[in-house]
Structure formats: C-alpha cells, structure tokens
Design a protein around this ligand. Structure first.
Ligand code: SIN
Length: 483
C-alpha cells in the first residue's frame, strides 16, 4: 500500500449512523487522536439520550422482519459483508493503526481476525439447530433457537474491529438487530465496518451506531425495555455497573471483562518456545489485551535462564509509530495508560525486582513506553490489576502447588498459559487453573473457532466458537399434543 496514512484518512467518516442514515448531531463533537502523535485525526458527534432512543426504536422496529428472515439469507448477508471487508483489509488495518496506534502489520492481522467471525457465524446461522423429544405426557416437544431481540453491543478500543464483529456476527446470525456503542478513542473503524454492512445489503434499522458519552448512552441502552440483550467488552467495574443497570429489565448479558492472566513456565518446558510465545501473547497490541500474560511465573531452577533469554528478545522489539517499518510495539492508547505501567514498574522495583531490559518511558516520549522485563519482587499487585502495557514481570516459584495457588489467587479468571512437556501436568494444571481459557505451550489462543470468555470477575458468556451464538438465542419449546 503506497500511503497507508492517506488510505486511513480516506476511510474516516465523522458521523454516527441511525438505521443506516448518517447522523452528525447538532451539538458538541468528540475529538479522536492518533496516540502516536496526539494529533487530532477527526471528530464524532457527541450524541445522547434522544438519538440513542431513536436507534433503539429502529432496532425494535426492524427486529420482526430480520429475525424471521431465512437464516440462509442472513448467512448470505454475513458472507457478502465479509467479502467487502476482505477487499478493504489494508484500508481497515491502516485506519486501526491510525486511531489505535497498533503497528500497521498487526492491525491488518486484526482486520482478518475480525472478518473470521463473520465467516464463522455465517455458517452458524445455517446450523441453528433445535431438537425433538417425546414427552411423558404423550406430547412431542420441538425446540427452536430464536433470536433474543434487539441487542446493545458496547465495544472497546483495543480491538476496534474484532470485538465488534465477534458480537455482530452471532447477533446477526441469530436474527438479532443491534445498537452499537464503540469506544470514543477508536470509533472510525466501527463506523467504516457499519457502512460496509449496509453496503452488503443489511436492512435499514437492523444496525445503528451511536457515538458519545459512554455513561449516558450506556444508561439509555441498559434501561430500555426494548433492548433484550447486552454484550459488553471492557473493564470489570464498568461491567458490574452495566449488569446492575440491566437488572430491572432482566436482559440477557455477556460480559467479557478484565483479566490478570498468569503464565507459568515449568522447568521441563522448551524455554525457547516459552520465550517466543510469551512475547507473542504479551506484546500483542503493545500489551493492551485482556488476555495478555500479566504475571509470569517460572520454576526457580530455570528462572534466571528464561528471564535472560526473554529480556534479550524483548530488547530487540522496535518501538515506534504504527506505520514505520519493523515496528512491533506502538504507543499506549492514552496518557493515563502510560502512568499505570510506570506505577506497576515502580512497584516491582520497590519490592526488590530487577529490571533486565527497558525500565521506563521511551525516548520517543508521549505515550511510548519501553518494552520491559523484570525479575523478582512481589506478584500481589499483578494478581489484581491488569498492567495493560509492555511490562513483563517474572517471579520464581518452587512447586506446582505453590504456583497454582498463586495463579488462582485473583478475582480474575480470563486467560492463563502454561508451558511444560509433561502431558499429565499440562492436563492437571490446565484443568485446575481458574480461568475460562488456558493456552498450553502457546501464548496465543484467540481464534473465531475457540470459545472466548472468563470465569469469576472476568465475566460470563462465551464469544466465538459453536457456543457464541447461544448468547443471542432463546430456546423456544413447542409442545405438540399427539392424538
Ligand atoms: C480483548 O483483549 O478483549 C480481546 C483479545 C482477543 O480477542 O484475543
């Protein structure tokens, strides 16, 4: 691509969409910046209660038609939408790189990952199977999996495309209509995707996208009796608040919340594999994913060796602007994200940890932080707080029981990772780790075909996989009296 920045700018639409129509609003606007430079790249309207209610009404009105559309037609729509996205992978990647700051090459991978959810759920629309059962009352019971209703989908800034399609794919496959609220830091990718959905033939009203203050829009979406489902990806405190707000109308909920993923390396592991996979998991999106290893536990006999190898590789990661060649680590999304990584690093140092590479803000300034590896100190903070940045704290352990207890001593339970060549141990520890997902000898488990979701305060519900569509359907039982 000759000029990805120009391609990204060409895709920026500075409006929300209600029932497929562009809405610019008449009031204030929200500025969106390039996290690498702080430069304003565009604005979106700061919409509120009135527009959110309009979008909800549109989703409600469109629901009977869309939910009764032949599922094969919904699948065909999803495939057409996916085809248009495939034609625009570079442009969408450039747009994400610009508004999120993730390296351009990585952003293109996200665009492909995002699209894989639409392709997968197109197939799922065609397999919305029910079942039959003879009843002891002499009836035949027939079940159908029917769309729950209009859905509110609140998506985060760290995966501006994939978190949207991971929700919209199953929602549309099931026959739900939707109102989307993208993160204010990265709305342009979501807007571009919604425009492509309409280009692919989505009926008017089936999808709206509202930009503006999250608390205001979230409040309207959660209190509306017309919205029957809420899917949220974001922090645990916000998830709890939204769940509370949904209680009076008893909406179906999916909550993909925070994590503090443990990554465990046993002495029998292939250390080179463990190092490479730790980097893959940890430095994806510059350390800003809910499934990033947050605390690395290494068996004491190999902890120095692992830490040195990891530090040597991390030191090679090029930091810079998303569009520079070879960049692997971009800026963090906002200033307070940098403050948090710095605070976590200070904590490690205060508790006696050693810095093996990196160790502070990057010389590029702004929101750049050096990829950092530490060894030692105390892990307590990292069990309860996600760093969400390029810091790998390593802690030594002495026994399987000790490390399992530490891994599980957290309110979170989203992702986890372990490295071992002992198959018994892999299954034993993998099954006992309190997390929705456990990668064994891999640092990257996310794909459209794997169930994604957590336990404990990391939330509930599963996205992707054969389970993802269950979050958007109710079981309807028809009981047929046989005479
Ligand atoms: C997330 O960080 O919320 C999602 C990451 C993924 O899909 O792998």
């Amino acid at each position: 691509m000759a000029d990805p920045r120009a391609a990204a700018r060409a895709l920026i639409s500075e409006h929300a969409l209600i029932a497929g129509e562009a809405v610019t609003g008449s009031g204030s606007r929200i500025a969106v910046d390039d996290p690498a430079t702080g430069e304003i790249i565009g604005h979106v309207p700061d919409l509120g209660e009135a527009e959110t209610k309009q979008a909800i009404q549109a989703a409600h009105d469109a629901f009977p038609g869309w939910s009764r559309t032949d599922p094969h037609k919904r699948a065909a729509f999803l495939r057409e939408w996916a085809r248009l996205i495939d034609e625009n992978i570079d442009g969408l990647g450039a747009l994400m790189a610009l508004e999120n700051g993730k390296p351009f090459e990585e952003a293109k991978v996200e665009a492909v990952y995002a699209n894989s959810f639409l392709k997968w759920f197109a197939g799922e629309a065609e397999r919305l199977l029910g079942d039959t059962q003879d009843s002891p009352l002499g009836h035949a019971i027939i079940t159908f999996r029917q769309a729950v209703g209009p859905a509110a989908l609140i998506t985060p800034w760290n995966f501006p495309a994939a978190m949207l399609t991971r929700k919209l794919g199953p929602a549309f496959a099931a026959g739900c209509t939707a109102v989307v609220k993208p993160a204010s830091q990265t709305p342009f990718t979501a807007i571009a995707l919604v425009e492509l959905a309409y280009k692919a033939g989505l009926p008017k009203g089936a999808l709206s996208l509202i930009t503006g203050d999250a608390a205001t829009i979230g409040g309207v979406l959660t209190s509306s009796p017309l919205i029957r489902k809420l899917s949220f990806t974001g922090s645990t405190p916000v998830g709890k608040k939204l769940a509370e707000q949904c209680a009076p109308t008893l909406k179906r909920l999916s909550m993909e919340l925070g994590g503090a993923a443990p990554l465990i390396v046993f002495a029998d592991a292939d250390l080179d594999v463990a190092v490479a996979e730790t980097i893959k998991g940890k430095f994806r999106n510059s350390g800003q994913t809910c499934v990033c290893p947050n605390r690395v536990y290494v068996e004491r006999s190999v902890s120095e060796e692992f830490a040195e190898k990891l530090a040597a590789e991390v030191a090679k990661l090029k930091v810079g602007n998303a569009f520079e060649d070879g960049v692997k680590v971009g800026p963090l999304i906002e200033d307070k994200a940098v403050d948090k990584v710095e605070r976590h690093l200070e904590h490690i140092k205060e508790k006696g940890g050693r810095v093996l590479t990196g160790g502070g803000r990057h010389e590029l300034g702004g929101r750049f932080f050096q990829p950092t590896v530490t060894l030692g100190g105390d892990d307590a903070l990292f069990r309860e707080e996600e760093t969400f940045g390029p810091l790998v704290p390593i802690f030594a352990f002495d026994s399987e029981d000790e490390v399992l207890a530490k891994a599980n001593d957290s309110e979170f339970g989203l992702a986890s990772y372990l490295f071992t060549r002992d198959l018994d141990r892999a299954f034993r520890v993998g099954r006992q780790i309190e997390a929705g997902m456990c990668g064994i000898n891999t640092g990257l488990t996310s794909t459209a075909v794997a169930p994604f979701g957590g336990v404990k305060e990391s939330g509930y519900g599963r996205e992707g996989s054969t389970h993802g569509i269950d979050e958007y359907v109710d079981i309807k039982a028809l009981t047929l009296g046989l005479r």
